[in-house]
Design a binder for this molecule. Structure first.
Ligand SMILES: Nc1ncnc2c1ncn2[C@@H]1O[C@H](COP(=O)(O)OP(=O)(O)OP(=O)(O)O)[C@@H](O)[C@H]1O
Length: 262
């Protein structure tokens, strides 16, 4: 069969495309320098890189919370990024739930800000609480929850708005290893059900390999993407079985070498 010419090849359905994206902070401190990458719709991509290289800054640029320097181009779902978008949800390492409101009320507020109809909000809360394993805690306040539950509730506040793009800045980074593993299982399950485009910032090579379709590696500051590795492991990925695979270990070693942390 003849090879497809570029014009015949199926167009890639790109959710996020960065070309020459940069970020300089006030005093001329260059945090990101000519960042280039493209992420397809429905893809799960992790970003790894040394501490301080600009991962969170990049995520905030994608979220529209920071503006990219002049000259760069950032397209989100086919449109030039122009500040915060309803299509993009962000979960940070520390939750931003209101402490005096219950889990349910916090989720409700996040949806009300988007002016979603009450019936739809009720339906989505009922649908999400079991997925997040928070059914029994819908009337609890944040201080009554464990750290893992609080981060699940924070994820719920974002998922209720059904963002097409989900940005995760080390959402489970402050939790112990066991809770983190459990939440990663939940995250994979939720992603498999909802199939948003996910970009995850993590410091854990193993976490990146376990979860992702592709891992982008950033350089030291000023950060740019220096490598990308496709993670060709079968899904669904059971964490224990996946980590036992030879290929899993090879990816971890390969990424460790790229990052100089073997
Ligand atoms: N609002 C800001 N104003 C000035 N400098 C900033 C700001 N935010 C981040 N920086 C600087 O930009 C650089 C990149 O920071 P960033 O938080 O993006 O790195 P990171 O890769 O996420 O770090 P870590 O892995 O340690 O969380 C750092 O040198 C940081 O000090």
């Amino acid at each position: 069969m003849a090879a497809l010419t570029p014009s015949q090849a199926p167009a890639r359905d790109i959710a996020i495309e960065a070309r020459g994206v940069g970020k300089t902070f006030g005093s001329g401190m260059l945090a990101l320098d000519h960042v280039d990458f493209a992420i397809e719709r429905g893809e799960f991509v992790s970003i790894l890189g040394p501490s301080g290289c600009g991962k969170s800054t990049l995520l905030r640029v994608i979220a529209g919370l920071y503006e990219s320097d002049a000259g760069g181009d950032l397209q989100i779902l086919g449109k030039r990024s122009n500040g915060v978008s309803e299509d993009v949800g962000v979960v940070f390492q520390t939750h931003n739930m209101l402490p005096w409101e219950t889990v349910e009320a916090n989720m409700r507020l996040a949806a009300e800000v988007r002016r979603m109809p009450k019936r739809e909000i009720d339906e989505r809360i009922d649908q999400l609480l079991p997925i997040l394993k928070l059914e029994k805690f819908r009337k609890s306040h944040p201080h009554q929850l464990s750290g893992g539950m609080r981060q699940r509730a924070a994820l719920g506040q974002i998922l209720i708005t059904r963002p097409k793009v989900l940005l995760l800045d080390e959402p489970f980074g402050a939790l112990d290893a066991l809770t983190r593993d459990q939440l990663n299982v939940e995250l994979l399950r939720i992603w498999q059900e909802m199939r948003q485009t996910v970009v995850l910032i993590t410091h854990s090579i193993a976490e990146a390999v376990l979860l992702s379709d592709r891992v982008l590696v950033m350089s030291e500051r000023p950060g740019k993407i220096i490598q990308e590795i496709n993670i060709d492991l079968p899904r669904p990925r059971d964490p224990r079985l996946t980590k036992e695979q030879v290929r899993f270990g090879q990816y971890v070693v390969q990424l460790g070498q790229i990052m100089g942390v073997e």
